[in-house]
Every structure is written in C-alpha cells, then in structure tokens.
Design a binder for this molecule. Structure first.
Ligand code: P70
Length: 471
C-alpha cells in the first residue's frame, strides 16, 4: 500500500488528534471584499485597523476582547436577566461566581476592564506615587497616570526579547522591584500591578513560584499586590503545563491558588470570562472596597450593576463557570499555538513561546528595513489587511505613545503586530488562511515602505491615529 498523502494535525505530530469541546449551533456569514475595495477601505481608515468597518473585514483578529462566542447556556441566561435597578439577582449570581472561582471577598461590577482600572487607580494612588508592574498595558497605565502615579516596568529582561524561550516571560524581577523601592521608598508604592499573562509581552505567563516570591517580598515591604486577571485562566494553563507540581491540578485549582497570593483583581470580562461586554473589581480589603463601591456610582452605575444589564451579568456569571473547563482552555491555547507553529515553521519572526491569546509578529525583524519612526507594526497590520482582509492590531511605537512629562515618543523594545484569536469563534481552516496571508506579505516584504502619522489624538493614540503610506 502506498503511504497516505494527507495527514491530520495529530498524525503530523505523531499523536492522536484532539478537537474543540463544542459544536457550532449558529453561524455568522463572513466574506472577503475585493482588493480594490480593501485598498479603498484602508485609505478611508487612515491605515489604522481600528478605523475599518467590520463589514470590510474577512477574518477579524483585531482583538479577543468581547469577540468570544457565547454558549447556549449563556444565551439562555440572557433571557433570565433581572433588569431591576437595584439588587438584581444576576448580580448575586455573579458575586457568587467570582467568590467561588477567584476567591476574592468583595465585588464591584463595572462596564468593562478600564472602568475597574479607574476605580482601583483612584482608590489607591496618590499624586506622586509609583506603581511597579510586569510591563505596561495601555489603559492600565493611563489610569494610573491620570490618578497621579507613574508606572515603572519591573518585568524580567527576557520579556523584552521576542526570541527568548523563557517559559515564564511575564515574571517580575524582584531586583528591579527592590531598586524601585530603594529609589522612591515603599511608602510611595501603593501596590504592585501584576498581570496574569502579559498582553504587551506577547501573552506571556507568570509562574506560581514567582507570584509566591513576590507575595513574600511585598509582605516584608508592606506593599499590596493587585492582579490584572483579564487573561489569568490562560496563565493557569501555562502553569499547569510548565511548572513542576501543577500537571495534576485543575485550571480552577491553579486559578484560585494564584489569586490567593494577591489582594484583589480588576478584570476585563470581555476576555477569559467569555462575554461580549463587562468587567469587575474584586478586593479583599474592606477599605478599598468601600471606596470603590462608592466611586462606582459616579462613573459606572449602581454598585449592583456597574454599567451592565442584568442579562449581561447572568451571561458573565455563567461564562466564569465555563472558562475553567480544562478542555476549553486547552483548545483555546492550542489553536493559538497552531497558528504560531505554522509561522515559525516558515521562518516568519514571531514572539516565542507563543502566548495564550495571540500570535505576535515581530515587525522589527519582519520589516527590518523600516525604521521604528516609520511604524513597522502599523505597516504590517495594513499590509495584512490589504492582502486578505485579515484584521490585526499594532502593538509597538504607536501603542506606546508619548512620555507625559517630556512629550517625547516612547521607543518600546517590542515592535509587534498582534493576531488575536477570539475564543470559540474561528476554525483551523481560518488559521490556515491567516498563516498563508502572513507568508505572502513576508515574501514580498522588500517592496514594502513604512507610514507617516498625519493625525495624532492626545490619549491612547493607537485607537484613532491616521497614517499615510510613504512613497
Ligand atoms: C485588547 C483589549 C483590554 C485590556 C487588557 C488588559 C491586560 C485591561 C484591559 C482593558 C482591548 C484593548 C484595550 C486597549 C488597547 C487595545 C485594545 N484589552 N487589561 O484587545 O479592558 O478593554 O475591557 O476596558 O488586555 O487587548 P477593557
């Protein structure tokens, strides 16, 4: 018998194949517009993928935020919304879910993550304070700055190196943290801002060992630790996979153990929690809770809905129960990795190891001939859209913005374009189409020129900035 021509993914890797733990019950048609139409759409959008209309996008990898497919149980929950202004029963379900799976005592709902960031920043930060953290996130840092603080990066050096294979590139460097304390004094550090899987580093995890060391260190110094839990479930998966002693613990157990090392968390429920909108703040200290619960009525809504409808809170509570399913997390991260494997196999530069929510193309290497001032990551996102209607996101110099004190551009070491995978939405075939398109623009990269910024808004410029191609 002649050898078979086709091989499944599993066979290619010498193992049995696995599949997603769900089947599709409802579909949303998508289609690719023509290259001329895409060129026109890109011009209209000022070469910024945030300004494209989604109808002009074929495969949307802009973000994994609010783009997940909800389950039939979550949709059923939507019908059980208790839309009372105060004391909605869905809020109590949400409170129970957060208490059981994350383990925090007090919960304040918000409309999404940045609502919770505003509350925690305003509750804890005083003018002139310093907030150390494992790499900045755009909205998180901005809220810390608006509250009068300065963010200082204390992530390990490996996080800034796209080719370092360190298994926990999200770890905090305690020497760097000590140096910050020596400089500004522990009294001027309201908390350490710890992110579970570091978005801007490529979705890289923090180890349990590092979190334990950090906790012990902060206890000695009298500093609190608050967690950005947005993608902490994916972090738990990496701990289960890579850290000694965790292979036989469930995602739920690891999540709880990790959160127990922190004083509270803010959350963009639009990611791990599998909903299209929502967020929350959860804390153990009564004093912080009281401040946040009072402030939420100014900025978000009453403390039993915080900007969410009752039905949103119900879907969110159910999403929390579903997100800790080990099979779900495995399928989610492995899908991201599948795309990463294709690209690395074809020698396209990406951040390794592949992270939990996205593949990050290393635009500095991809377009080695385009200087950072000509926006290589932004250029890559534009080229990818032009080639195939695939939408991605700039995560480089445009995202890094300007130093608020000097007004100078920040030049981040990482100049990346993010291919972000929504949860339970796309198939392996979609990943193949994306990979081939990346390969196509990689093969013709020498002809590609950079961009010029022609409009720059004052805050979070990446969302609304406009560009023109350099000729
Ligand atoms: C993304 C989204 C949101 C986010 C996050 C982390 C680690 C907090 C938030 C805020 C959306 C986004 C936000 C800013 C720039 C680009 C994209 N991340 N912490 O796509 O939560 O969006 O609910 O207010 O990743 O990565 P929210």
């Amino acid at each position: 018998m002649s050898p078979a021509k086709y091989q499944t993914m599993g066979q290619q890797e010498g193992r049995r194949s696995w599949a997603e733990p769900w089947k599709i019950k409802m579909v949303e048609p998508i289609h690719m517009i023509t290259r001329e139409e895409r060129q026109h759409a890109l011009d209209e959008a000022g070469y910024n993928t945030f300004l494209l209309r989604s109808a002009d996008v074929y495969i949307d990898l802009l973000t994994d935020s609010g783009t997940s497919a909800m389950s039939d149980r979550q949709w059923a929950g939507m019908m059980m919304g208790d839309e009372s202004y105060a004391g909605s029963r869905n809020f109590y379900h949400l409170e129970d879910a957060i208490r059981s799976y994350y383990g925090y005592k007090h919960i304040v709902p918000t409309h999404q993550g940045r609502g919770a960031e505003q509350l925690i920043s305003k509750a804890l930060i005083q003018q002139g304070d310093t907030i150390p953290g494992n790499m900045y996130f755009t909205t998180t840092r901005l809220h810390q700055e608006l509250a009068g603080g300065t963010f200082v990066d204390v992530i390990i050096d490996e996080a800034h190196d796209p080719s370092s294979l360190h298994p926990f590139k999200g770890n905090v460097d305690l020497n760097k943290l000590q140096a910050v304390i020596d400089k500004v004094g522990a009294d001027n550090i309201p908390y350490v801002s710890l992110a579970g899987t570091v978005n801007m580093a490529g979705g890289q995890p923090v180890s349990m060992a590092n979190a334990k060391e950090l906790r012990a260190f902060c206890n000695q110094q009298g500093i609190r630790v608050y967690l950005d839990a947005t993608r902490m479930v994916e972090n738990a998966f990496f701990i289960q996979e890579r850290e000694e002693g965790y292979a036989n613990k469930s995602i739920a157990e690891i999540l709880k153990e990790f959160c127990d090392l922190t004083d509270g968390a803010w959350m963009s429920a639009k990611k791990d929690n599998l909903v299209n909108i929502g967020g929350w703040l959860a804390v153990n200290h009564e004093d912080v809770f009281e401040k946040a619960r009072n402030m939420v009525v100014i900025y978000e809504g009453l403390h039993t809905y915080g900007g969410m409808a009752g039905r949103d809170m119900e879907a969110l509570a159910i999403g929390i129960e579903e997100m800790v399913d080990d099979h779900h997390v495995h399928a989610r991260v492995e899908q991201v990795r599948y795309l990463g494997k294709l690209l690395t196999d074809w020698e396209i530069p990406i951040v390794v190891p592949a992270g939990g929510h996205a593949i990050f193309l290393n635009a500095k290497k991809f377009y080695a001939h385009i200087p950072q001032d000509h926006f290589p990551s932004q250029t890559l996102a534009a080229q990818l859209y032009l080639d195939s209607g695939v939408r991605s996101m700039e995560r480089g110099i445009v995202s890094a913005g300007r130093n608020p004190e000097t007004g100078e551009n920040r030049y981040p070491a990482l100049e990346l374009t993010r291919l972000t995978i929504p949860r339970r939405v796309y198939t392996q075939a979609h990943m193949d189409v994306v990979a081939e398109s990346v390969k196509n623009i990689f093969d013709s990269r020498a002809q590609t020129k950079g961009l010029k910024m022609i409009y720059e808004p004052a805050y979070l410029r990446f969302f609304q900035a406009r560009f023109e191609p350099l000729r």
